[in-house]
Design a binder for this molecule. Structure first.
Ligand code: ATP
Ligand code: MG
Length: 203
């Protein structure tokens, strides 16, 4: 089995995430792509992001219609920061005969050499890295030891310049995010009153 792993904060999930996952799935003939919302991201303060159950629910709603997508809660209940290596080791234990493909955007892997046990990360999974507007592949390739270059496949994406930051800022400013996030996610944000001007007040 060829398993794609798409981790992220998903605060909220948007069409950029969904597109790179589907593009990677088709290009690499992946059998499934697991979307894994990060419970407590090591690089982001918990005050800056909304509670994980909201982020998980939006990922669940957004992935529901695609039979190849799975919303996975493996990082949600982990105590303390979630690291890629812990998730990969869990997948290796659960699916010993599978090939693992870590699907990310170019910005997310640029600092890969600072990841916890990144040598082991590179051994356990191949990387499928989608280009992203504003980020250059040279910044990734120049930092990575040659031995790992073969483990990274860069996908020339279509340059969908959407970020969760932009989505949050637009909502806080009273602007629309329709067609930037799936309709189901838009409805959830409206119903729950997420990302309004009083950001951080939700539970
Ligand atoms: P934020 O602005 O809060 O950082 P984000 O849009 O970067 O949000 P994340 O949850 O941080 O979303 O990212 C999850 C993964 O999706 C990362 O690997 C990131 O590189 C990738 N990604 C997100 N948006 C895009 C995009 N528009 N094009 C390519 N990759 C993307
Ligand atoms: Mg990001």
């Amino acid at each position: 089995m060829r398993i794609g792993i798409m981790g992220g904060t998903f605060d909220p999930i948007h069409l950029g995430h969904l597109f790179i996952a589907e593009d990677a799935r088709v290009r690499l003939s992946l059998d499934v792509v697991h979307f894994i919302p990060n419970g407590s991201p090591p690089h982001k303060s918990s005050l800056e992001i909304i509670p994980s159950h909201h982020r998980y629910e939006m990922v669940r709603l957004a992935t529901d219609a695609n039979p190849y997508f799975v919303c996975n809660d493996i990082e949600m209940n982990r105590i303390g920061p979630a690291y890629a290596i812990d998730t990969l080791e869990q997948f290796k234990a659960d699916f010993p005969d599978s090939q693992l493909f870590f699907v990310t955007g170019l910005d997310a892997v640029t600092e890969i050499t600072s990841w916890k046990r990144y040598h082991d990360v590179m051994e356990l999974a191949s990387f499928v890295v989608a280009t992203r507007p504003g980020f250059h592949r040279s910044s990734l390739l120049s930092r990575l030891p040659d031995v790992y270059l073969s483990r990274i496949e860069i996908i020339e994406s279509i340059g969908l310049d959407i970020s969760s930051t932009q989505v949050r800022e637009r909502i806080a400013s009273g602007l629309t995010v329709r067609y930037l996030v799936p309709d189901e996610v838009l409805d959830y944000i409206d119903q729950q009153g997420l990302y309004g001007p009083e950001i951080g007040a939700q539970v």
